[in-house]
Write a protein that binds this ligand. Sequence first.
Ligand code: CA
Length: 225
Amino acid sequence: MIPAMPRILLIEDEPDLARAVARGLAEEGYVVDVEHDGQEGLFAALEGDYDLLLLDRLLPRFSGDDLCRRLRLDGLAVPVLMLTALDGTRDVVAGLDAGADDYLAKPFAFEELLARIRALLRRAAGQAGPRLVAGALELDPRHRRAWWRGRPAPLTATELGILEDLVRHRGQVRSRGQIAAAVRDLPEALSSNAVEVHISHIRRKTAPHVVETVRGLGYRVEAPE
Ligand code: CA
């Protein structure tokens, strides 16, 4: 369930754009806080209990990429929608590598921004419930955090969703299609190939054996002994 009034943190240094987006989102019923530079934005994101971050990529003091990496290193898997004036493939890849969940190139249609926000919130709302533990792995879907051997694991919201699906079905083989369907609530459905890439990221951020590949069938998180 989507919370009644989702809280959004907008980090954007162009005052006119920040004002217009904040006003539009408020009219849609969102609670919006605005920060204008990367450092203040990072503090606010770490302090506040936000449902989503709208993050400009080019910011004074702290880039959107750096900010996003810092959040993930701190174990915070809040959905991040990156706003970027640059829509070259390399810029998009850099943003996603830094831990953003989705991106939108400026100038964008406000309707598209709303659609992507709704999709990210719907997906995050599906990740609710008590903590899940599988061996040295611990997930807190409600607060979108993950730990590996007691240390924060810098997972993105998508990676957390994939891992949550596998842990909820532990001991069972999940096909790429099943996993994609469980976390796909995005404007573009998560492709099966993307699942493979996300799983390689999960392994790099935790340990290679966290997720087992069952050749030709899919993936599995081991059931306890
Ligand atoms: Ca900017």
